[in-house]
Write a protein that binds this ligand. Structure first.
Ligand code: GAL
Length: 385
């Protein structure tokens, strides 16, 4: 008998749930009566978007090891940033009897038929860091405060230019400074949150003339970077330099939503003769923001090339994903701390959001090394093990 365990005690009522649970007990993959099952008989499918970015590898490994510590069997797959591959991997997880799914989607709207199949079999689905959109078949969302990430990036850009201090208080420096704007992949729900958050901080300084987007490309559509690709970002930065800075003017700041994009931007700027530090002449490296504290970018920050990144502790995100999966498997509701913000187009998905931290050069030691996210040796080498 198929029992939709997501409904749990809340929707069914305790006595009905108990009656239904008593009818279950078919073991792993049956999606019934998981509360009584031994964790080792339960399997959790973990679908990550790509291995080209260091952060998703860390996410996958953190989720896998924490689930295994809790005794579960784990099927971890990376989809190579290819939407059909991710769909096929999730299909396979369902066929093989997954009892819960944790999914970081490549395209937030592209998994509807897989998620319908999951719902039909009562498999709870946890949306990991990126909200799955346009379906009711997503149960819970674990992420960071994504609008806040954008605000922090906007403030970091202003701080890097000397326009505000790190708290966002104006310093009286009025430029004008030339900036360019980059956004993430439009099929990722987070991209809009990051861009809107950043623009909420930056826009007043564009309006008062302190900042000038010299290319005129100020919409998220113009600034977007499909699949968050480093190469695509490098090409766009090269195009911007050619089209808007061939009159001797220089770029002073670049809003970048993600470290991989920042590295593409940096390569384009270095190829165009921009120097590694703010002291270099005649073209100092602009103030460039980022996100994820990827080790290669942390080294660039240590070396004074990239200005800042936003640290999102993926160990804590993995913990929340594991806690949510465990709750569902124990036929309970996971704890949410936001039940308003994340409307996926069909419903508001309950979420657990984690805080974020801005990392400038001076914060590498206190934020990243003292928390043992990286060792000092890894930062010096620009590589983690
Ligand atoms: C987003 C995520 C960012 C960054 C980006 C590119 O969904 O929130 O932290 O990792 O993807 O991978």
């Amino acid at each position: 008998m198929a029992v939709n365990k997501k409904l749990g005690l809340t929707a069914l009522g305790a006595s009905l749930a108990l009656t239904l649970a008593a009818c279950g007990g078919e073991g792993a993959g049956s999606n019934t009566n998981t509360a009584d099952a031994d964790p080792s008989d339960l399997s959790i499918g973990v679908s990550m978007p790509t291995e080209t970015s260091e952060r998703w590898i860390a996410d996958g490994e953190n989720v896998e090891s924490q689930l295994e510590e809790a005794g579960y069997t784990v099927d971890l797959q990376f989809a190579g940033d290819d939407i059909p591959t991710q769909a096929q991997q999730i299909d396979q997880m369902i066929v093989e009897g997954a009892d819960a799914l944790i999914v970081a989607a490549i395209d937030g709207t592209a998994l509807s038929s897989q998620l319908q199949a999951a719902a039909d079999q009562g498999i709870p689905v946890i949306s990991y860091d990126r909200l799955i959109r346009e379906t009711e078949n997503v149960d819970f969302y674990v992420s960071f405060d994504n609008f806040r990430v954008g605000e922090a990036q906007g403030t970091a850009l202003l701080t890097g230019l000397g326009v505000t201090d790190e708290e966002g208080n104006p310093t009286g420096v009025t430029g004008p400074f030339n900036i360019e704007l980059f956004a993430g992949s439009l099929d990722d729900n987070n991209a809009g949150f990051f861009f809107d958050g950043a623009m909420s901080v930056i826009q007043p300084y564009i309006d008062n003339g302190t900042l000038v987007v010299k290319s005129g490309q100020t919409s998220i559509e113009q600034a977007a970077t499909l699949r968050w690709s480093q190469e695509t970002a490098q090409r766009r930065m090269e195009d911007l330099l050619t089209s808007s800075y061939n009159d001797g003017s220089v770029v002073n700041g670049v809003l970048s939503p993600y470290d991989g994009i920042s590295r593409g931007i940096i390569t384009a700027l270095q190829n165009a003769g921009y120097g590694p530090t703010q002291d270099a002449q005649p073209r100092p490296m602009p103030a460039i923001t980022g996100q994820d504290a990827e080790i290669a970018s942390v080294k660039l920050i240590a070396d004074g090339v990239q200005d800042s990144t936003i640290f999102k502790d993926t160990r804590l995100l993995a913990e929340q994903a594991v806690a949510a999966a465990t709750a569902y498997l124990e036929e309970e509701e996971p704890e949410a701390n936001d039940t308003e913000t994340y409307d996926n187009g069909v419903k508001v998905v309950p979420a657990y959001l984690l805080p974020v931290e801005t990392v400038y050069q001076d914060d590498i030691e206190s934020v990243l090394i003292e928390s043992e996210y990286y060792t000092a040796e890894e930062v010096a080498a620009g590589q983690s093990d």
